[in-house]
Design a protein around this ligand. Structure first.
Ligand code: NAI
Length: 269
């Protein structure tokens, strides 16, 4: 896609699922990729190997540069290190993908304060701190750049039993718009994608169970879950110059999940 080759991208939580697919897709588009992982260096190495293989047909002497960085996005010092290491290694940072995220299920009146804080500190505060450090860098160099937040359909659909998660994604929508407005005149675009139900490890509970998967898919107008690669394609578009005039938007990549599927058939006057 136009304008991606040679750009430097940092992807948080890139050792699995949607983040991994984004790292691979951006490498295929010619971006240098900084792969952040929290726990599994092995999974991050897999991401790197697949990305370089797909980008160049070989891993050694690939024109695309890559970097693995361990870091927990709920820790400010780790985030500063993530951004600085990317800049020190690649020379600059052009594209930030705020992908790292967690979810936990619990009746809202029973959520422990620490658990609420944990989800918000990864999904929302972590995304903000990554954005802040990236924007600091772009502004200091008077350089354009782009940030893409991986939100969720639950930025607008309330999700009982997942209050912390829903709040984090709702906050992400506002963060996307506010940062987009604040930095539009500096050439910094900020957008989000909102995946619907996607086949990744975060959904292992239903992904591996055909009956549960069928129930999930029965709610989706397109009658199937999405793939991580479909999310990555939308991210590549928003990061590219094809989307040069788009900022402050959330692109829903959800097979129609946000179209009020219950209205498929007439049931009310
Ligand atoms: P996943 O569980 O494979 O990916 C989440 C990634 O975030 C993992 O690599 C994990 O290690 C990383 N992570 C978690 N805590 C971290 C921390 N403190 N520091 C750094 N990394 C951390 O699941 P998936 O689906 O790929 O999730 C990616 C994003 O997509 C998340 O933000 C999620 O909320 C969002 N999403 C996923 C949907 C789905 O149906 N799979 C639907 C809507 C949104």
């Amino acid at each position: 896609m136009k304008g991606l080759a040679g750009k430097n991208a940092l992807i948080t939580g890139a050792s699995s699922g949607i983040g991994q697919a984004i790292a691979i897709r951006l490498a295929q588009e010619g971006c240098n990729i900084a792969i952040n992982y929290r726990k599994s260096a092995e999974e991050a190495e897999d991401t790197e190997e697949i990305a370089l293989q797909k980008a160049c047909g070989q891993v050694d002497e690939c024109g695309v540069k890559s970097l693995l960085i361990q870091g927990d996005v709920s820790k400010e010092e780790d985030i500063i290190n993530l951004v600085n290491t990317t800049i020190d290694t690649f020379g600059s940072l052009d594209i930030l993908i705020n992908n790292a995220g967690v979810q936990t299920e619990c009746p809202s009146h029973e959520i422990a304060t620490e658990e609420f804080d944990r989800v918000l500190s990864i999904n929302l505060r972590g995304a903000f701190l990554c954005a802040r450090e990236t924007i600091k860098h772009l502004v200091s160099r008077n350089q354009p750049g782009t940030i893409i937040n991986i939100s969720s359909v639950h930025e607008i659909i309330p999700r009982p039993l997942y209050l912390s998660y829903s709040i984090s994604k709702g906050g992400m929508e506002n963060m996307t718009k506010t940062l987009a407005l604040e930095y539009a005149n500096r050439g910094i675009r900020v957008n989000a994608i909102a995946p619907g139900a996607t086949v990744t490890p975060i959904n292992e509970e239903w992904v591996e169970d055909p009956q549960k998967k069928a129930v999930v898919e029965s709610h989706i107008p397109m009658a199937r879950a999405g793939t991580a690669e479909e999310m990555a394609a939308a991210v590549a578009f928003l990061a590219s110059e094809e989307a040069a005039y788009i900022t402050g938007q959330t692109l829903f990549v959800d097979g129609g999940l946000t179209l009020y599927a219950d209205f498929r058939e007439a049931w009310s006057a």
